[in-house]
Design a protein around this ligand. Structure first.
Ligand SMILES: C=C(O[C@@H]1C=C(C(=O)O)C=C[C@H]1O)C(=O)O
Ligand SMILES: [Mg+2]
Length: 462
């Protein structure tokens, strides 16, 4: 079991921050189901587990337990706070020769200035963690890291205990298969803001016609109540099966779990290359191949949807212009098809300027007009005014970064927050001059579907 072991232990004192001792051990494994590993974590590390899988399915990250957390509720400095704390930690040790780097995973909330606290009370505006036990599957290879972070010197005994814990986890995972999925039983389905939502579309459309803004994304939520608390790791496995084309994410926070399957990349940084995608403009999937292609053609030629899309392309291009030495994007959108819906999609890529970081990119990009609107600040004010709910982490950046500056963040849509016997689902859409309340409402129904199906809920649109 101990083959290919690499160990690093380093300390560093800084004048401006406390001393941290950071111990990393990394070893390669033969194989390990990431979902089984996540499932096992629930028994021992409930409240401190996370899961991330990219869209291409060649990178999966699972964390069990928190070795180190970084949180910030400073509305203006939250990105910088995370950057500083992460750099402080990784500079406290040498990562030379380590098989797999330590990875910081977490999320930001959509709008720290919203000031409504409800189901999101447990989530900080920046909420990051380095796992104690980190499993990475990267291009078919598996790496298990153990991380210890402490203000006190890390002893041999601490290390031995952590190793034992790791081996016990791996032993438990051996030969185990995922639990059979049983759909939870929904006893109540509520659309709490339906009327307010429909009204807000009319109001926002009027404001847009009066040239107060170009585009504003308005969202709403659904609340499901179950007859018992829902088993979370099970849900994730089910979601993974249902949404093979999407990013998969799950973040536990105390008793709560935020999870989802999103098709939308915010930014991916790999060796100084940055990639983003503009995803906005929607139509449903057809029942037959022919109908599906016909819907696709309609979407590609629809003025209202093209307009929704263009604001996103313009804004993301501008961000790339500022942060990149050069960047490219196609002239026309193509179609991004996922199980229930198709979107207009324009990928964009560039080469980052020397000192640009992924967190700076996230700060610059969030929220794009795919989730906020255009102009950004006017749209944010309208969202604060017209949405009677708090988005929390819905529609916000979720993802990871490592010590080299690489990382990826997705936009946390098609998601739900699970709390006790309840699930809150969120969906929205881009409102432009030609938006109509009923068709926007229907668009949100389609966007609710993946999470709704996974959770065993139903609305009368199917
Ligand atoms: C806001 C959501 O989705 C966004 C809005 C879209 C639209 O209005 O066409 C399409 C994709 C997403 O950028 C959501 O899924 O909740
Ligand atoms: Mg739309």
């Amino acid at each position: 079991m101990n083959r290919k072991l690499s160990t690093i232990n380093g300390d560093l004192s800084k004048t401006d921050q406390s001393t941290v001792h950071f111990y990393i051990e990394s070893k390669e494994l033969e194989t390990q189901s990431t979902l089984v590993f996540f499932e096992i974590g629930e028994e021992k590390f409930k409240g401190q587990c996370f899961y991330w899988q990219n869209k291409d399915k060649d990178f999966t990250l699972v964390g069990l337990g928190h070795a180190y957390t970084i949180k910030s509720n400073d509305a203006d400095a939250r990105y910088e706070d995370v950057e500083k704390a992460w750099k402080h930690l990784i500079h406290s040790t040498s990562l030379k020769g380590i098989k797999q780097q330590p990875i910081l995973f977490g999320s930001f909330t959509f709008d720290p200035k919203k000031g409504v606290s409800d189901e999101w009370a447990n989530f900080s505006h920046a909420n990051f963690a380095l796992a104690k036990h980190q499993l990475v599957e990267s291009n078919g290879r598996f790496y298990m890291n153990t991380h210890l972070v402490s203000e006190e010197v890390i002893t041999d005994e601490d290390i031995e205990l952590a190793r034992e814990e790791r081996e016990a986890l791996l032993e438990q995972a051996k030969g185990r298969t995922l639990k059979t999925y049983i759909k939870p039983h929904v006893v109540l389905t509520e659309e709490p803001y339906k009327e307010e939502y429909l009204q807000s579309i009319t109001q926002v459309t009027n404001q847009i016609k009066a040239k107060q803004a170009d585009k504003v994304v308005i969202a709403r939520s659904l609340a499901l109540t179950f007859d018992e608390e829902v088993n979370t790791s099970n849900l994730l496995a089910q979601l993974s099966e249902e949404q093979p084309e999407s990013y998969l994410f799950a973040q536990e926070q105390g008793q709560d779990l935020f999870l989802g399957a999103t098709p939308e990349r915010l930014v991916f940084v790999n060796h100084k290359k940055a990639y983003s995608s503009c995803v906005a403009g929607s139509i449903r999937r057809g029942a037959t191949v022919q109908e599906d292609e016909e819907f696709g053609r309609i979407l590609l030629n629809d003025t209202k949807n093209l307009q929704e899309h263009q604001y996103v392309v313009d804004m993301i291009s501008n961000s790339f212009k500022e942060t990149c030495e050069q960047y490219t994007l196609p002239n026309h959108p193509d179609l991004l098809k996922i199980r229930d819906i198709q979107h207009l999609h324009t990928p964009i890529e560039g080469i980052l300027k020397e000192d640009a970081t992924i967190l700076q990119m996230v700060e610059k990009l969030h929220p794009t007009p795919a989730l906020g609107g255009s102009p950004r600040e006017v749209a944010m004010e309208m969202i604060r005014q017209y949405e009677p709910m708090n988005r929390g982490v819905y529609a916000a950046p979720i993802g990871w970064l490592n010590a080299d500056g690489d990382g990826e963040f997705a936009v946390a849509i098609r998601s739900a927050l699970l709390q006790d016997k309840k699930a809150y689902l969120y969906a929205g859409g881009g409102i432009v001059e030609d938006s109509e309340p009923q068709s926007e409402y229907e668009e949100t129904l389609v966007k609710f579907r993946p999470m709704l199906r996974t959770l065993g809920g139903k609305l009368n649109d199917e």
